[in-house]
Design a protein around this ligand. Structure first.
Ligand code: GDG
Length: 484
């Protein structure tokens, strides 16, 4: 890849501000540095759109070294924002991933509230806002991403009132009762209100936000609009995120991927059915519950380890955060127990891979698997479910999907499950195991149509069209804000 460092800060008409750059800085053994494309939902979703628009992407380079100069990456300008070790611990691991992440995911783990983490969250958000203020051209569109940067819209608006600012939340937005626990609830809401458009995965999340703004900040609201005392109208709406459908399908059709999928099946001993899970190793994803369900299906005698295997890819994630250490140990123990109790020589019940893989290998796994099991307790969308369907161009394969993944609102033909109900999950996994190919084709065809008609470029243009639409100011009489 050509990556040319720039001397002066470039100015762009379309700017994405995200916690991470779409690349990681890696220090080689000889001390030189290089850049490697990094995985993750947000990167998979946004990169194609930004490249097509020659935009600028502001983000953290993935280590706590010095701040590299902005550089070109095949038509996209990358603008690194530095973070110290302490900020990484307090802003990223702390407030973002041990306070907001569990709070926004239904308290599956208990959120921790620490005042010094909040201070770091403000400091780092300000640094991102100041960088965006420098990079954005006059009247530019700035699109801020996700829960780590909820204060950026208001901070940026103060510095650059000429900009069109959008914000998109990739994770759920909690109901008022849960959000109300956050000691800094009002500051977060006011931070988001700096945007012209606040986007969510689902309509329910947008409604939660509008209700909270009315309750906690005291602004007048009507349907998806918030009326601010200065005459601005902020719109809150759902834009369900998607994937590069044709890109995934093309990858899955390539000779290399098709051959690799066959090789995977052979290496697994040609079982009748391959079950697959692919997730960041996160307690929200329901990995433990699904593996337990699978183990019980074998111990109950529904099938044997010769008939079926479960391949679980768990990509390492947030490994220093204590709840992530706990879930990793729990899963290690469970896999050990199930394989110890049920496996035979050369035939484990679960093939567990705690590592990350190239995209081609992911596509080969999707292609090799008969039953994809996606069972989060709560998930903003879940791109893995959509990627699986994109790779099933033969209209075969079954998707077992949690009702609590955003994707379940679109993929109604999946085998929908409640991940808290182990017996219910077992029944659906078994139904998928025995399903008739015609039935699978009917379901898969409908899901593939839905995703191909609503792919990631559709998502991005729907958001950007709404953001750039002419939005008149209001002349409503607004009451002074109540305290939140
Ligand atoms: C957040 C929200 C929302 C995973 N392991 C590897 C790898 N991946 C890729 C997958 C997929 C992405 O990472 C994961 O996306 P998900 O949507 O499943 O989950 P989160 O990471 O939690 O994403 C989520 C998303 O943001 C987008 O808005 O859907 O609800 O939580 O694309 O394929 N990719 C590669 N190697 C791996 O080992 N190459």
């Amino acid at each position: 890849m050509t990556r040319n460092a720039r001397r002066r800060t470039p100015r762009a008409d379309l700017v994405v501000v995200a916690n991470r750059l779409p690349v990681d800085r890696v220090v080689e053994d000889d001390g030189s540095t290089s850049w490697r494309t990094s995985p993750g939902g947000l990167v998979s979703a946004l990169e194609p759109v930004m490249r097509a628009n020659h935009g600028a992407w502001i983000g953290w380079p993935g280590d706590t070294g010095d701040q590299p100069e902005p550089f070109d990456d095949e038509g996209l300008t990358l603008v690194p924002v530095a973070m110290s070790d302490r900020e990484y611990a307090e802003f990223y691991e702390g407030f973002s991933n041990a306070t907001l992440w569990p709070l926004y995911h239904d308290l599956i783990a208990k959120p921790e509230f620490h005042r010094e983490w909040w201070d770091a969250y403000e400091v780092v958000n300000r640094r991102f806002a100041e960088t965006a203020a420098k990079v954005a051209a006059d009247g530019a569109i700035v699109w801020v991403q996700d829960y780590q940067l909820q204060l950026v819209p208001a901070m940026l608006r103060e510095l650059r009132p000429d900009l069109r600012i959008g914000f998109y939340l990739h994770i759920p937005f909690p109901p008022t009762e849960l959000f109300g626990q956050l000691p800094w609830r009002r500051q977060v809401l006011e931070g988001l209100l700096g945007a012209d458009l606040v986007g969510f995965q689902l309509p329910g999340a947008a409604q939660n936000f509008v209700r909270l703004v009315r309750q906690r900040v005291g602004h007048k609201t009507h349907r998806d609009s918030v009326y601010l005392p200065d005459g601005r109208v902020v719109v809150a709406k759902a834009f369900p995120i998607s994937i590069d459908f044709s890109g995934f399908e093309e990858l899955a059709r390539s000779v290399e991927v098709v051959e690799r999928a066959e090789e995977i099946r052979r290496d697994l001993g040609e079982p009748r059915r391959i079950f697959l899970g692919v997730d960041r190793l996160d307690y929200t994803k329901g990995i433990y519950a699904r593996l337990r369900a699978f183990g019980e299906l074998i111990s109950d005698g529904h099938f044997t380890v010769e008939d079926a295997v479960f391949v679980q890819v768990a990509t390492p994630s947030r490994e220093r955060v204590s709840q992530y250490k706990i879930i990793r140990d729990d899963i290690d123990r469970l896999v050990g127990r199930i394989n110890g109790d049920l496996g035979r020589i050369g035939r484990p019940a679960i093939s567990y891979l705690h590592s990350s893989f190239p995209r081609e290998e992911m596509a080969a796994l999707y292609k090799a698997a008969d039953i994809m099991v996606v069972t989060p307790f709560r998930d903003g969308m879940n791109l893995v479910a959509k990627e699986y369907a994109a790779c099933r161009y033969g209209e075969d394969g079954a998707l077992v999907l949690s009702e609590f993944a955003g994707a379940a609102e679109e993929l109604r033909q999946a085998y929908l499950v409640n991940p808290y109900d182990i017996n219910g999950m077992k029944a659906k996994m078994l139904e998928a195991y025995h399903a008739d190919p015609k039935e699978l084709a009917r379901r898969m065809r409908a899901m593939r149509r839905c995703i191909s008609e609503n792919d990631v470029s559709h998502w991005a243009s729907a958001f950007l069209d709404e953001l750039t639409a002419n939005r008149p100011r209001h002349d409503k009489q607004v009451k002074p804000a109540r305290t939140g």
